[in-house]
Write a protein that binds this ligand. Structure first.
Ligand code: FES
Ligand code: FES
Length: 160
């Protein structure tokens, strides 16, 4: 008997049900891009280091390159497309633009999602160390990080 090579993944992406028959080995990142049309999910290192593929799984930041799509069945996924529908998401976008916190933008969705999680969930006060630890899980090849940290501090101060 041949081993099973395809499986049905049933999930909700940015509040919309998504169901697809996929290869059992497809990653959550590829599933989100190919089956849910979420092209904000970028693949850099594909082994959990760069953070470009970060999405929220039931509200928690995860590396979608390290998860199988099959593991998302029954769970809710939020990508940058979903976060940008929220007031906080729009504030993050504005702060990144006004602080020049992005250049090519390849890394930006990952930074924005981790920052969104911090701003939504961290108890007061959010310290500089909290910001550094949150953003420290992401790699940017363009900005030098200072502008991203400044955008994060501005958002922290707007929250408080
Ligand atoms: S592509 Fe997933 S962490 Fe780099
Ligand atoms: S803005 Fe280009 S990698 Fe971060």
């Amino acid at each position: 008997m041949q081993p099973q090579r395809r499986t049905i993944v049933t999930t909700a992406v940015n509040g919309t049900p998504v169901e697809a028959l996929v290869d059992v080995r497809i990653t959550l990142a590829d599933f989100l891009r190919e089956e849910a049309g979420c092209t904000s999910v970028h693949l850099g290192c594909e082994h959990g280091v760069c953070g470009a593929c970060t999405v929220l799984l039931d509200g928690l930041p995860v590396r979608s390159c390290l998860r199988l799509a099959a593991q998302a069945t029954g769970h809710a996924i939020t990508t940058l497309e979903g976060v940008m529908q929220t007031e906080r998401g729009k504030m993050i976008g504005q702060a990144f633009v006004e602080q020049f916190a992005m250049q090519c933008g390849f890394c930006t969705a990952g930074f924005a999602l981790s920052l969104y999680h911090l701003l939504e969930n961290a108890p007061e006060p959010i310290t500089d160390r909290d910001i550094h630890e949150t953003l420290g899980g992401h790699i940017c090849r363009c900005t030098g990080y200072v502008s991203i940290v400044e955008a994060a501090k501005r958002l922290r101060d707007q929250r408080g």
